[in-house]
Design a protein around this ligand. Structure first.
Ligand SMILES: [Zn+2]
Length: 115
């Protein structure tokens, strides 16, 4: 039970640091300036695209963490979604938002399955 509390704390900690990062990444909308040189404009656009990609990944991560936090309230937390076996605690400490055990994940990756 205390293990679960520790994992909940880890999840909250990761959520907090993600939200902090998120705030930093939102800083420069004012830098969406117009450049006289089209090359500068292009590189600025490229950076904007990159920033959007980073944010999309952060949202996905945040959603996983939120879901895991909700799952910690239920019995299914820490059980593999696929084979229903318990996910080792060592793995959960590294990645508390994981939904699958290592062998299922490996099997899914062999099938080129991405979720
Ligand atoms: Zn499994």
């Amino acid at each position: 039970m205390t293990k679960r509390v520790r994992l909940r704390e880890e999840l909250s900690r990761q959520r907090t640091s993600l939200l902090t990062e998120w705030n930093f990444s939102l800083v420069p909308p004012s830098e969406r300036a117009c450049y006289a040189d089209p090359a500068d404009q292009a590189s600025n656009d490229f950076e904007q695209d990159l920033a959007i990609q980073v944010r999309t990944r952060m949202i996905a991560r945040l959603k996983r963490i939120e879901r895991a936090l909700q799952l910690t309230q239920t019995k299914s937390y820490g059980c593999c979604r696929r084979c229903r076996k318990a996910i080792p605690y060592a793995r959960l400490t590294v990645q508390p938002d994981t939904l699958f055990c290592v062998s299922c994940l490996a099997r899914m990756e062999r099938k080129h399955y991405r979720h």
